[in-house]
Each structure stands twice: as C-alpha cells, then as structure tokens.
Design a protein around this ligand. Structure first.
Ligand SMILES: [Ca+2]
Ligand SMILES: [Ca+2]
Ligand SMILES: [Ca+2]
Ligand SMILES: [Ca+2]
Length: 285
C-alpha cells in the first residue's frame, strides 16, 4: 500500500505541475473565481461530521473479534468506540466496533437486578437501525436486534403494520451476564447478512441507530432508557438517532485499495498551494 501511495503522490505532483503551467498561460480573470469555488466546496466536503442525526458517531475497526460470552472484558473491547451516559440506576457504557464480517455491540448497564423472566420482568438490550440513513421514519423493512437474559436473542424488522416481526433468518449472536452491579450485554450482527430484513452495511457506510434499555420489562416497574438521550422508545422519527459508520479494515495487508480520503486531502491541499502560488506569481508579474 505504501509503494502504491507514493506512486499516486508522484502522479498527483505531476498533475499539479501541469496545472500550474496551464494556469500561468490562461487568463486568471475567469479561472481564478472558478478554482476558488471548487477549492472551498471540496474543502467543506473534507470537514468531518456534517451529517443529520444527533452528532454521535461510532466508528471503530478491530482485528480481534470479542468473545460473545456476556462478559465485557476491557481488553477485548479496547478498540471500540464508546459512549457513557446516565440512567436512573447509574451509568451505561455502549461499545461499538466491527471487523471484516460482523458489527459488535456491547452495553454495560448499571442495574440492581438482572431480570430474567419473560412477561414478568425481563432486562433487554435492543438496537434499532436506520439502515437507509435517511433520518426519517423507523419504517417497513428496517432492522432491529435484541438480546435478553438467558440467551434470548432477537432479530426482527418493522412489519407492514409498523409492528416488529421476527426475521425468518436469524443473524444475531449474543449473551447477557451480571457482574457486580452491572448487566453486561454482548451482541454480534453481520455487516451484510444477505437477509433483506437486516442492515446491508459496507466499509465506510453510515447507518442510523437507536439503543433501547428495557429494565424489568413486563412488570409494573418497567423502565425504558434510550440513547441518544431525548429520543423516545416509541418515536418513529429517526432524525435524532446516532450514527454507526462501518469502519474500513486497517489491517489491509497486500490490498491495492486506493486511499481515497488521504488522496482527497492531498489533492485539496495541493490545490490551495497552487492557488496561492498563482496569486503570488500574479502579483510579482
Ligand atoms: Ca466478552
Ligand atoms: Ca433489571
Ligand atoms: Ca436476519
Ligand atoms: Ca433483522
């Protein structure tokens, strides 16, 4: 990859030299405003974080898949993007990362008990996706996954009646356990399972997400906490959801993938250099 990069840099430098010659020969009168506009526009594109949604973006690549055993070890989740926030019983930390095939999500949730009985009291961690990343409505066909106590995994989608229907193809692995005063949830989901009722992720693709924490679900004391804070568990609007960007593998041995982002930054910076260079030359003339 490094030899390829320097090859591309040489090509870019040659291109810049030609561009300087062209600029010197042409009238700068019309060319300069056009080039300036292009430069400002392309520079804006390089500023990260111009997105809809709440502003939280999880993006982390790991070469080491975590063990989905319901125990969040600091080592196995060290590569993850995390966010920590407060709920009535204490703190919650969410962990998100991906390898080449799977999206891994974990949550360490402060809770006085791990409730394990369906329809009586059950603790559940649910993740709803805005697979189209349109920030509009949680709508027919969109993906939702969950994990409850005793290996109760859920893989569903929004049905025609806007209810949640189970997928016929289950693409979720997960476990829950209790450590100290925390419930640990670990869950994995393929980046692209091939199931129309799941996310169809790809490296670099951004997907909207909402995290739901059900405490004592089914009981009179049921509480649902949501991240991002301020988003309701029943809100159909996805405009304030968080983002997950599927991280591109960083252990890319032997691949000849062109480094688009890096090349883009180099081209725009060189473009600015050419522009200021041409102004200085013009003033000297
Ligand atoms: Ca684990
Ligand atoms: Ca509980
Ligand atoms: Ca599925
Ligand atoms: Ca699904």
């Amino acid at each position: 990859m490094h030899t390829n990069t320097s090859k591309y840099v040489n090509k870019i430098l040659n291109f810049v030299n030609i561009l300087i010659l062209v600029l010197q020969r042409l009238s700068m009168k019309y060319l300069q405003p056009i080039i300036l506009s292009i430069l400002i526009f392309s520079s804006l594109l390089l500023i990260p974080g111009i997105k809809a949604h709440d502003g939280t973006t999880f993006e982390a690549y790991t070469s080491n898949a975590p063990t989905i055993d319901g125990v969040i070890n600091d080592d196995e989740w060290a590569d993850a993007s995390t966010v920590t926030f407060s709920i009535p019983e204490g703190e919650v930390t969410i962990y998100v990362m991906n390898d080449r095939r799977y999206l891994y999500i974990a949550a360490k949730v402060a809770d006085n008990t791990l409730d394990e009985i369906v329809n009586v009291a059950l603790d559940i961690f649910t993740i709803d996706f805005d697979g189209r990343h349109d920030g509009q409505e949680f709508n027919v066909g969109e993906d939702t996954i969950s994990i409850g106590a005793r290996n109760r995994i859920g893989d569903g989608f929004v049905g025609p009646g806007l209810d949640i229907i189970d997928d016929s193809q289950i693409d979720v692995d997960g476990l829950v356990s209790r450590i100290g005063n925390f419930n640990h949830f670990e869950i994995s989901h393929p980046i692209d399972s091939g199931d129309a009722n799941d996310i169809a992720g790809d490296y670099g693709k951004t997907i909207g997400v909402r995290f739901l924490f059900f405490d004592q679900s089914g009981s009179d004391n049921s509480v649902i906490s949501v991240f991002p804070i301020g988003v309701g568990a029943d809100d159909r609007s996805q405009s304030q959801w968080a983002d997950i960007t599927i991280a591109t593998p960083t252990d890319d041995a032997g691949s000849s993938d062109f480094p688009i982002t890096e090349a883009g930054i180099i081209i725009v910076l060189l473009g600015w250099a050419v522009y200021f260079g041409s102004i200085i030359r013009k003033r000297r003339n």
